[in-house]
Design a protein around this ligand. Structure first.
Ligand SMILES: [Zn+2]
Length: 214
């Protein structure tokens, strides 16, 4: 025997009567959802009252599980499609802008969905950009685009590559700092006290590793 209650925040809660159970118990499952087991003789109303007392605990447990399982949760196809639309609208335009400003020419740009790289540049000068880029702060979006553009001149991650990229990053960040972009300001101030020869590149690539892809 069971009854389903709908909670505005929790969703459906299944109340099940079980012979042999001696007390009311609440279970929060990351996939199956929330269920309440009730001893056979306890009325549903009493179990519901008990559940209301424990509602905050249920919400906290759900939030903890969501945090814990977010890495393994499959990407929501609708969310991915909306990202793809946004990426197709924004990224090719921005790439063309940056290429024009810094004198690069590429062949084609494509928007891809994968979890292995933010972008890539082929031997045929085609640039692939991950649709997850649009979830990043703009200054980091540019970092990826500039990184791929630099590969048009340097096919590796050698010294010359990093020198060129650093030059472009240092120029490009000025635009963001002028707009009062807090993240750009932080990168700039941290880079000025760094001894590295490519401080912006290092800081930005470090920041990027903190972001997850869908
Ligand atoms: Zn690269």
């Amino acid at each position: 025997m069971e009854k389903i209650y709908s909670d505005s925040q929790i969703g459906d809660v299944v109340f099940r009567k079980r012979k042999g159970s001696r007390r009311i118990s609440i279970r929060v499952h990351p996939v199956k959802g929330v269920s309440v087991t009730i001893p056979y003789m306890v009325p549903y109303m009493a179990a519901e009252a008990f559940f209301r007392l424990k509602r905050d605990w249920v919400l906290e447990t759900m939030a903890r599980q969501k945090e814990k399982y977010k890495d393994v949760a499959p990407a929501d196809p609708q969310e991915v499609e909306s990202l793809r639309r946004q990426a197709k609208k924004v990224l090719p335009v921005r790439l063309a802008e940056l290429a024009g400003r810094y004198g690069f020419t590429y062949n084609r740009v494509a928007i891809k969905h994968n979890s292995s790289n933010w972008g890539s540049c082929s031997a045929k000068n085609n640039i692939n950009l991950n649709l997850n880029i649009v979830r990043l702060p703009e200054v980091l979006q540019d970092y990826i685009l500039l990184h791929e553009l630099c590969h048009l001149r340097h096919r590796n991650h050698g010294r010359e590559f990093h020198r060129l990229l650093e030059q472009l990053l240092a120029d490009n960040i000025k635009e963001y700092v002028a707009e009062g972009d807090a993240l750009a300001e932080e990168f700039l101030s941290r880079s000025s006290s760094s001894k590295s020869c490519n401080p912006l590149g290092r800081l930005m690539s470090g920041a990027l590793s903190g972001y997850r892809m869908l």
